[in-house]
Design a protein around this ligand. Structure first.
Ligand SMILES: [Mn+2]
Length: 410
């Protein structure tokens, strides 16, 4: 019997910018979680006594050179080396430009696949095949470059690929599941798409997903895939994520008072704290309330932010990722004559060319104060700038209306 552990898309040194803007402490925790999840993979490899760890690309997030990460990787790989565990690594699009992956001297138990197809013998009867592409963009399939399977042996292929495409992920070394299945390998260790998926059973074609979610788009517990080779091949998920992203949706139609709303929220939060798989949770709380309360909540948004943050913190393991306040639409919401009129008026102003020119100017001025990376993140081009300006203008409009509506019952 032989065991292997398969992961991909670790994204060490991922910058987590939007999180850092909202809550630096949580961003710090998320950054630590990425490393801790990788350490957990190393722990699992040792306790499960695997022969090799397979990393199918995007070990690093980007160009940023970090001596700390280099040192971290060396010591983690050394831990495997001490247990006679080998590491096979194909680079992904995010690794392509990373100077660390080329510059640091990895321990001799680590095999980094190069740009030409290679096969490496792992055990008497087991071969690992892989290719790394040297550039960030790989418009064509890498599959034709692979060697054929070694006859009579177990053949494992490692490939960073978008397959036929996945929302939110760049096209990279595209190919179809059918093409992979037809190549004659017994297991395809894929990487690139962050959501786990077993694409094919025989042969097994597995996208393990990221071991640690990085934002609210990557909710739920994350894992690595443990491969057991006996007569056949079987797989099992092993948990890896430290910090788990999650959402609480509270439809608070019945909450008659703020106290009732807080009580409902506490109950939901406690349920989540009890059911969480990871050590910590970063929670997006979405409150949907009736129109009258909506405006009051928006008006007192800062206080509610802190209140929800505190309710989550009381559990000792949950953090607020973001508070989103939404409203039910009811017929009763009509009839704010003057305020509605003002809202409409502001809408008209937002469309005016002169106003937009002025607004864009102000936003550009604000952006110029920011470090270039952050600027690129917030508004990378003309369209990004226009969208940012629009979002800000609409948020401003909502804010003015919230103050006026929320104040009416005083
Ligand atoms: Mn990738």
């Amino acid at each position: 019997m032989l065991r292997l552990l398969h992961t991909a898309d670790v994204h060490l040194d991922s910058p987590l910018k939007s999180l850092a803007l909202r809550d630096p402490e949580l961003a710090e925790r998320a950054d630590i979680a990425t490393r801790a999840a990788f350490s957990r993979i190393i722990d699992t490899a040792i306790t499960e006594n695997v022969a090799a760890l397979l990393i199918a690309g995007d070990l690093f997030d980007g160009r940023q050179r970090s001596a700390r990460t280099g040192a971290f990787l060396i010591s983690e790989f050394d831990r495997l080396r001490a247990h006679g565990i080998r590491v096979f690594y194909v680079k992904g699009n995010h690794d392509a430009e990373n100077p660390v992956s080329g510059a640091i001297d990895l321990p001799d138990n680590v095999h980094v696949f190069g740009g030409r197809a290679e096969k490496v013998q792992l055990a008497e009867n087991v071969w690992i095949h892989g290719i790394s592409y040297a550039h960030r963009h790989a418009p064509e399939s890498l599959l034709p470059k692979f060697h054929p399977p070694v006859p009579g042996a177990i053949n494992i292929g490692m490939l960073h690929t978008s397959l036929t495409g996945a929302p939110g992920h760049d096209v990279y070394a595209p190919c179809t599941v059918a093409e992979l299945a037809a190549h004659g390998f017994d297991y395809w260790a894929l990487g690139h798409v962050h959501k786990r998926q077993v694409h094919h059973e025989s042969p097994l074609i597995v996208m393990p997903g990221t071991p640690q979610g990085r934002d609210i788009g990557e909710t739920g517990p994350k894992s690595a895939t443990l491969i057991t080779i006996t007569e056949g091949i079987s797989i099992r998920q092993v948990p890896t994520s430290i910090l788990e992203f999650a959402t609480i949706d509270l439809m608070a139609a019945e909450a008659e008072s703020n106290e009732a709303l807080r009580t409902m929220l506490r109950q939901k939060v406690q349920e989540m704290a009890n059911s969480l798989h990871g050590d910590f949770g970063a929670v997006r709380v979405r409150l949907t309330v009736d129109p009258a309360r909506y405006w009051r909540l928006l008006r007192d948004r800062d206080v509610w932010n802190e209140t929800v943050r505190d309710i989550l913190r009381e559990t000792g393991r949950l953090w607020l990722e973001k508070l989103v306040i939404e409203r039910f639409e009811t017929k009763k919401s009509a009839g704010h004559g003057a305020i509605d009129e003002l809202g409409q008026l502001m809408n008209d102003v937002l469309q005016e060319k002169a106003f937009r020119r002025k607004l864009h100017g102000r936003v550009e001025e604000f952006l110029s104060e920011l470090p270039p990376e952050l600027r690129a993140e917030m508004a990378g081009d003309e369209t990004g700038l226009a969208k940012l300006a629009d979002d800000l203008a609409h948020a401003g409009r909502e804010r003015v209306l919230a103050h006026m509506r929320g104040g009416e019952d005083r």
